[in-house]
Design a protein. Structure first.
Length: 295
C-alpha cells in the first residue's frame, strides 16, 4: 500500500464535505457508510458515495479513495459493496474485523464485486476495534494479500475504548501496548502502519504532539476526521530536507569506510556501522516514496 500520511474520513451522505476533503490535501479519503451515516440514510448514501467516487477520481487520479461499508454482521455490507465497488475505488476500510476468518469473509465479497463491477487490486485498511482483534492482529495482518494497512487504536470514545475500558489521555499511555502490537504485526507482514485519530478538533498543537509521538513509535501515517488536521499530519509524517540529507550522508560515510576496509566509522560524533547504513537506506526508500509521489 502507498504510505499515506493522512487518511481523512468523510460522512458518505455529505458530498460537499468530500469536496472539502479533496481540497484539504489529504493523501487518502474514506467515504463512510457506517457509523457516521444515520440508519434511515444508509441506502441512499450508497448512490451518493458512488457519485462522489467518480467526481473525486476525475479531480485527482492519484488520491487514495476508500469506502467504509457497514460491518458484516449488519447484513448491509453486500449491498454496500455492490453499489460502491468500481474502477475509481482504491480499497475498503473494513470495520469490526475480529479475526482472520472475518478478513476472508471480506475478501470473498471483494473478489465477487471486483470481478462483477470492473474493479481490480482493491486493498483493505483494517482498523483494530475489538479485544479479539488485538489478540489476533498478527493473524489478521497475514490473512490476505489485500490487507495493506492496519490502524493502531487510540479512540477516546469509540469501539476500542468501549471494548477495553481504558480512560483516554493526550499522552496515549493507556493505548501504547495496543498500538505497539498492531505496529509489530504491520512490520512483520509488510503493511502500512497507521496510528489512530485525534478527536479534539480545535487543539492543533495537541494533534501535532500526538502525531509526532506516533511517528516516534514507528507509525507512518494517521487517520484524521477534520480537514484542518490534514496539513499538520502531513507535515509531521513528511521527512524533512535535513533528515534526508543526514541519512544520505550517513550511508555515504559507511560506504566510504567500507571501501577503505573499515566496518565502522565516526559520523557527526557518533559510532556508525553497516547496520546503521542499512537502516538509513530503508528509511530513505520510504522517504522517497512519500516525498516523490507529489502528495
Amino acid at each position: 500500500m502507498h504510505p499515506y500520511r493522512s487518511v481523512l474520513f468523510v460522512p458518505g451522505h455529505k458530498p460537499a464535505w468530500a469536496r472539502k476533503a479533496l481540497a484539504s490535501g489529504a493523501d487518502a479519503i474514506v467515504l463512510d457508510l457506517e457509523d457516521s451515516v444515520p440508519d434511515d440514510l444508509k441506502a441512499e448514501s450508497r448512490d451518493t458515495v458512488r457519485a462522489a467516487l467518480a467526481e473525486l477520481r476525475a479531480a485527482d487520479p492519484r488520491i487514495g479513495l476508500f469506502v467504509r461499508p457497514n460491518a458484516l454482521d449488519t447484513r448491509l455490507a453486500g449491498a454496500d459493496l455492490e453499489r460502491v465497488v468500481g474502477p475509481e475505488l482504491t480499497g475498503l476500510f473494513t470495520p469490526k474485523i475480529r479475526n482472520a476468518a472475518d478478513v476472508l469473509r471480506w475478501e470473498a465479497l471483494i473478489d465477487w464485486f471486483e470481478a462483477r463491477n470492473g474493479a481490480s487490486g482493491l486493498e483493505m485498511i483494517v482498523p483494530v476495534e475489538t479485544v479479539e482483534a488485538i489478540d489476533e492482529c498478527g493473524a489478521i495482518a497475514a490473512a490476505s494479500p489485500r490487507v495493506g494497512a492496519m490502524i493502531g487504536p487510540t479512540s477516546r470514545h469509540a469501539d476500542i475504548a468501549r471494548a477495553v475500558g481504558f480512560r483516554w489521555s493526550p499522552e496515549g499511555s493507556e493505548s501504547l501496548y495496543l498500538r505497539s502490537r498492531v505496529l509489530l504485526a504491520c512490520r512483520r507482514h509488510g503493511l502500512h502502519a497507521l496510528t489512530g485519530l485525534w478527536e479534539d478538533l480545535a487543539d492543533l498543537e495537541g494533534l501535532r504532539a500526538f502525531a509526532d509521538y506516533g511517528l516516534q513509535l514507528g507509525f507512518r501515517g494517521q487517520v484524521v476526521i477534520h480537514p484542518s488536521h490534514v496539513p499538520v499530519v502531513n507535515e509531521v509524517f513528511t521527512p524533512t530536507d535535513d533528515e534526508v540529507a543526514y541519512h544520505e550522508e550517513l550511508v555515504a560515510a559507511v560506504e566510504r569506510a567500507a571501501r577503505d576496509g573499515h566496518g565502522a566509522v565516526r559520523f557527526r560524533g557518533q559510532h556508525i556501522d553497516l547496520a546503521h547504513a542499512e537502516k538509513a537506506r530503508r528509511w530513505l526508500a520510504h522517504a522517497r516514496m512519500v516525498r516523490g509521489a507529489g502528495t
